[in-house]
Design a protein around this ligand. Structure first.
Ligand code: GDP
Length: 299
């Protein structure tokens, strides 16, 4: 996903490490190139400005210039700046699922990968953490979406079940029924897969806010399609205005988009990225790790 950016940065870094000594001018020139590379990769402008400002402060100094390997030092500073931009090494990426039944509410636009991601996280919790998981779809306007979640649950083994579909119920009623069923059934985690729309509207937000109030989720995750670039950033910002989001999941990181929007999400919204979706299959999910992503970007 970051291939183009990785190539660009690699070229800039080769220029820095290819010689023994560096002047402040060399470093400033390299930072200007990095700035352009990040903007071309679709990283949001204010995030780029902030990043370059911080890196510059650390890199354009006697200490770096006069060090034995100034080029390597600058690369290390860029790496650390990227990790910071992505939320830092100790980013709060673990899911809070320790008080059964813990509710995880899933939100996002239709087609963002919300239902698939719900199943992916459920699989992970059931297989790795041995949690008993209940999946409930609240998408009452799209029977196919409710059916899709039930079909996915069937693929996930005995520890993951879906709430039986009852025709004619409102989302809030389904949420209450899911909570009740989880208490009675001894489930550790309940997923509420909320309705997606093709665009954000007031009704959708009001419905999601009502469900959050009823279900008091421990986690409210926004699923956004990384390939939609700055639209994904804007979607996250708008959802966060109305919902107490606790984290982000960026899907289609396996696609060949510019990827930079994903890098901006954390800085723009202040929310931790918890997972990356990396494929259509149910094991296509990576727990987010800022250091690993920064390492991948730098090649
Ligand atoms: P929803 O409408 O938000 O619930 O979206 P779905 O979960 O139905 O996903 C829409 C499409 O995106 C499906 O074909 C999924 O297989 C696909 N999808 C979801 N996540 C990913 C991902 O991380 N990578 C890829 N390549 N496809 C994904």
């Amino acid at each position: 996903m970051f291939d183009a950016l990785t190539d660009r940065l690699g070229g800039i870094f080769d220029g820095l490490t290819g010689r023994g000594a560096l002047s402040e001018k060399d470093v400033s020139a390299a930072l200007r190139e990095i700035r352009v590379a990040l903007l071309e990769a679709d990283v949001a402008l204010p995030v780029v400005k902030d990043f370059i400002g911080k890196v510059k402060e650390r890199a354009v100094g006697e200490e770096v210039i006069r060090s034995v390997k100034p080029g390597q030092q600058v690369i290390k500073i860029v790496h650390d700046g990227l990790v910071e931009m992505l939320g830092g090494e100790d980013a709060e990426t673990r899911l809070r699922v320790d008080n059964p039944p813990s509710v995880i509410m899933m939100a996002g636009l239709q087609g963002s990968g919300k239902t698939t991601t719900t199943a992916k996280i459920a699989k992970r919790l059931s297989e790795r953490d041995k949690k008993k998981v209940l999946l409930a779809s609240l998408d009452v306007r799209r029977p196919a979406a409710m059916e899709q979640l039930a079909v996915l649950a069937d693929q996930l083994g005995a520890n993951v079940t879906s709430l039986p579909i009852v025709q004619g119920q409102m989302p809030a009623e389904i949420a209450r029924r899911a909570l009740q069923a989880a208490k009675l059934g001894g489930h550790d985690v309940v997923f509420l897969d909320t309705a997606g729309r093709t665009s954000i509207d007031e009704q959708m937000m009001a419905e999601a806010a009502e469900i959050a109030k009823i279900a008091q989720p421990k986690e409210t995750l926004l699923v956004a399609d990384a390939l939609t670039g700055q639209d994904a950033v804007e979607t996250a910002r708008r959802f966060h205005e109305r919902l107490p989001l606790t984290g982000l999941v960026l899907t289609r990181m396996d696609g060949d988009g510019r990827g930079g929007a994903a890098l901006s999400m954390r800085a723009v919204t202040g929310l931790p990225i918890k997972f990356l979706g990396t494929g259509e299959k149910l094991d296509g999910l990576d727990a987010f790790d800022a250091k690993r992503v920064a390492g991948r970007i730098l090649g």
